[in-house]
Design a protein around this ligand. Structure first.
Ligand code: ADP
Ligand code: MG
Length: 292
């Protein structure tokens, strides 16, 4: 593209709230064939709320209290949802003696003298706990509803299950539909479990899902796409997403996201409107296609 075309494209983007950082970014946008989205905070609002509390060995209320105790020092969105729910219910949150977050899995803590493990299936596997048939069925059912499940283990007994759900961004469906109409493949990459991830992807119209992806592996998933010969955009908001944003042929950062993400993206979407993803690519195609 000519320098003039690039200047025009960057200027037009700025008017639309699509900040294009360089001519290279604009050219990359024009050549894409795949767009991969982070889930939490990108396709969803990133503010999950507790939807279900299932008492098993303990009551629902006891489970919530211990879970909130274990999570009170964590700033993971799941943790914040659990603590907020305990506060809303006026439950007094027990003190934590020791506390450790296990990245991509959950937390380990001692709460009121009890040994607590709280998190996903990977967390359960770490503490050698197998769910009985009833608990397993409850977890699967919640996941099929697109909820993320935190299983509470207290002194090696499955005490309860807490489910949280996040709200889809209202523009997610339209953005995915727009990209597909343009002939692009759309994928989702998330640390969340496959059941929940598939349910959410299904609601939005995404068919390729990479779930259970640890933060540092997101960039490797992008590289794997590129090794298939694909030209990939990655759309993300979080600190965790920075390596994937940098690895992608085009990193698209959500403007309301973290500073690190914004720095790593070649394009920054100022408005929290996911249809700006297809709009940015269309703009690049128009500007660059016209002068080729
Ligand atoms: P993501 O934000 O994409 O879900 P993370 O790597 O932060 O990815 O977490 C992956 C999964 O690990 C979460 O979906 C959740 O099931 C579990 N998890 C992580 N931290 C916690 C926590 N503090 N409490 C409960 N579950 C957690
Ligand atoms: Mg995110």
């Amino acid at each position: 593209a000519t320098p003039t075309a690039i200047t025009v494209g960057v200027g037009r983007g700025a008017e639309l709230g699509i900040l294009i950082k360089s001519g290279e970014a604009l050219e990359a946008a024009e050549r894409l064939d795949t767009v991969a989205f982070d889930k939490t905070g990108t396709l969803t609002e990133g503010k999950p709320r507790v939807t279900d509390i299932v008492g098993l060995a303990l009551t629902a209320e006891e489970s919530l209290a211990l879970a909130a105790g274990a999570e009170q020092n964590s700033n993971h969105p799941v943790a914040r949802a659990i603590v907020a729910r305990a506060q809303e219910q006026g439950i007094s949150i027990p003190a934590t003696d020791t506390f450790e977050t296990i990245r991509g899995k959950g937390v380990l803590a001692t709460v009121g003298g009890r040994l607590i493990a709280l998190g996903n299936r990977a967390m359960l596997a770490d503490v050698n706990i197998v769910l009985d048939e009833g608990a397993e069925a409850a977890v699967v059912h919640l996941e099929e509803e697109g909820k993320t499940v935190a299983i509470l283990v207290a002194d090696s007994v499955v005490a309860g299950i807490i489910a949280v759900a996040d709200t889809l961004k209202p523009t997610a469906m339209a953005a995915v539909a727009g990209l597909k109409e343009m002939g692009l493949s759309v994928a989702m990459i998330t640390g969340d479990n496959p059941g929940t991830a598939r349910a959410i992807a299904g609601m939005i119209g995404i068919d390729r899902v990479f779930a259970g992806v640890l933060p540092d592996v997101k960039a490797a998933e992008i590289r794997a796409f590129q090794e298939e010969g694909r030209r990939v955009a990655f759309v993300g908001d979080g600190i965790n997403d920075a390596p994937a944003l940098a690895q992608a042929d085009l990193g698209i950062a959500i403007g309301g996201g973290t500073d690190v993400a914004i720095e790593s993206g070649g394009v920054v979407l100022v408005r929290d409107d996911l249809t700006d993803v297809p709009a940015a690519i269309q703009l690049a195609q128009k500007v660059i296609g016209r002068v080729k």
